[in-house]
Write a protein that binds this ligand. Structure first.
Ligand code: PEP
Ligand code: MN
Length: 305
C-alpha cells in the first residue's frame, strides 16, 4: 500500500491536545489555557519530595505496606519488615473505598494515629487515602502524602481541595480513565497551586477477566512523554494476583517507572482487605532483591538498606 501523504504519528496529535485545553464549549476555545502538567523541556522533570524522599530522581522509590490498617500489630509488624526490606515510604489505608458497604471500611482516625506512631518509630514518611473533602484536613494532618484513589480521580471538588494543600498528592488513574482524562485530573490539582503531584497507573478495566485489572505499563513512557510529573506503578491493584506482582514490578522498573506502590501484609491470609494480592514479607524481600538488579541495568537506583 502506498501513502500519498505521510501518516501523522498519533503521539504528536496527543501531545498537541495536552499543550492547551480547548474546552468542549466552543466559546472557551478563544481562551486557551496553557497546561501546567505538560512536559516542557526548558523546565525539565519535577521531583516530588515526600518528607526527605525524592520521587522522580535517580532512585526508584518503593512504597509498601498493607492495603488497610487493621490493627497495631498488623501495621507495626508489616511496617518494620518493609522498612528492613528497602521500602522508603509506608502505605496504609484508614478510610477504605470498598465495593460493598458491608465490608471493612477502615479504622478511620484511629488508624491514622497508628500510622503516625509507626512513622515516628521507623522514620518512614506515610501515604494514606482521602475519600471526602470533609476528611481532607484530618487526613492531611497525619499524612506526609495524601492519596486520591482510582474511584475518586474525577471527584473534582476533592481534586481542587488537594490542590489547595501544600503537601504531595498521589493521584491514581481512574479504572476507566484515558491518559488525557488522567492528566486533566492532575491539572485540577496543579491549577490550585499544588505542583507536588505523583501519577500512579494502577490498572484499567478491559474485557480481560483473568486479572483484576489490566496493568497499562505503556502509561509510563506515554505519561513521561506528555508530562513532567513523576509516574509510579501499582502492580498489586494492577493484577489482583499476588504471584504476578513481582513480575509486573520488574517490568515496571524496566520501562522507567519512578516508583512502585506495593501491598504487603505480614499475614496475607488473614488480611481484611486485598489479601489475595498482598505479598508476604518473604515474597517482598525476594522481589526487592530482583528489582535492585533491574534498576541498575536501566541506570536507576534501589537501595535495599
Ligand atoms: C488502594 O491503594 O488501596 C486503593 C484502593 O487503590 P485504587 O484506588 O487504585 O483502587
Ligand atoms: Mn488495596
Amino acid at each position: 500500500m502506498k501513502f500519498t501523504k505521510k501518516p501523522e504519528p498519533g503521539i504528536k496529535l496527543r501531545k498537541k491536545t495536552m499543550e492547551t485545553f480547548s474546552c468542549d464549549n466552543p466559546v472557551n476555545d478563544k481562551f486557551k489555557v496553557p497546561s501546567k502538567v505538560s512536559w516542557n523541556k526548558k523546565t525539565g522533570r519535577t521531583i516530588v519530595e515526600v518528607r526527605g524522599v525524592e520521587i522522580g530522581g535517580p532512585e526508584v522509590v518503593i512504597i509498601a505496606g498493607p492495603c488497610a490498617i487493621e490493627s497495631k500489630e498488623q501495621l507495626f509488624e508489616t511496617a518494620r519488615s518493609v522498612k528492613a526490606g528497602g521500602a522508603r515510604i509506608l502505605r496504609g489505608g484508614a478510610f477504605k473505598p470498598r465495593s460493598s458497604p458491608y465490608n471493612f471500611q477502615g479504622m478511620g482516625e484511629e488508624g491514622l494515629k497508628l500510622l503516625h506512631d509507626i512513622s515516628v518509630e521507623t522514620g518512614m514518611p506515610v501515604v494514606t487515602e482521602v475519600m471526602d473533602t470533609r476528611q481532607m484536613d484530618l487526613v492531611a494532618s497525619y499524612a506526609d502524602m495524601i492519596q486520591i484513589g482510582s474511584r475518586n480521580m474525577q471527584n473534582y471538588p476533592l481534586l481542587r481541595e488537594a490542590g489547595m494543600l501544600r503537601k504531595p498528592v498521589l493521584l491514581k488513574r481512574g479504572m476507566m480513565a484515558t491518559i488525557e482524562e488522567f492528566l486533566l485530573a492532575a491539572e485540577y490539582i496543579l491549577s490550585q497551586g499544588n505542583e507536588q503531584v505523583i501519577l500512579c497507573e494502577r490498572g484499567i478495566r478491559t474485557f480481560e477477566t483473568s486479572t483484576r485489572n489490566t496493568l497499562d505499563l505503556s502509561a509510563v513512557p506515554m505519561l513521561k512523554h506528555l508530562t513532567h510529573l513523576p509516574v509510579i506503578i501499582d502492580p498489586s491493584h494492577g493484577t489482583g494476583l499476588r504471584w504476578m506482582v513481582p513480575s509486573m514490578a520488574k517490568a515496571a522498573v524496566a520501562v522507567g517507572t519512578d516508583g512502585l506502590i506495593v501491598e504487603v501484609h505480614y499475614k496475607p491470609e488473614e488480611a481484611l482487605c486485598d489479601g489475595h494480592q498482598s505479598l508476604d514479607i518473604e515474597e517482598f524481600n525476594k522481589m526487592m532483591a530482583d528489582l535492585e538488579k533491574i534498576a541498575s541495568a536501566v541506570n536507576r537506583k534501589i537501595s535495599l538498606t
